[in-house]
Write a protein that binds this ligand. Structure first.
Ligand SMILES: [Zn+2]
Ligand SMILES: [Zn+2]
Ligand SMILES: [Zn+2]
Length: 105
């Protein structure tokens, strides 16, 4: 499942943040998020495509950072925007504490 992505050299994080406050862009703009996604190139925290503002995808487009990872509890999958493929990156250590979604997710 992880062989189709050619962007693993864009994964600059080696561990997950201990905790995050929410979607960075939603917190700044005052919009609600549903699920949180972490950019594995720069550590940006954005919201998923089921969130109103879709900041994770917007960040990927704007910066060409290809890979995000879910930081929802119990989820460990990543996604490459360029290859449109799911993958798991086992070398990322740690677990992230996240606040409840303002949308109640
Ligand atoms: Zn890729
Ligand atoms: Zn957001
Ligand atoms: Zn990024």
């Amino acid at each position: 499942m992880s062989t189709a992505c050619t962007h693993l050299d864009h994964v600059h994080l080696d561990h997950l943040p201990e905790s995050v406050a929410g979607c960075e862009d939603c917190l700044r703009e005052g919009t609600p998020w549903l699920h949180l996604r972490l950019c594995l190139e720069c550590g940006h925290v954005g919201c998923c495509d089921d969130s109103p503002m879709r900041h994770a995808t917007a960040h990927g487009r704007a910066t060409e950072h290809p890979i995000i990872r879910s930081i929802e509890p119990g989820e460990d999958w990543s996604w490459c925007f360029v290859d449109q493929v799911g993958l798991r990156i086992g070398r990322l250590a740690g677990e992230t504490r996240i606040p409840r979604s303002p949308l109640g997710g």
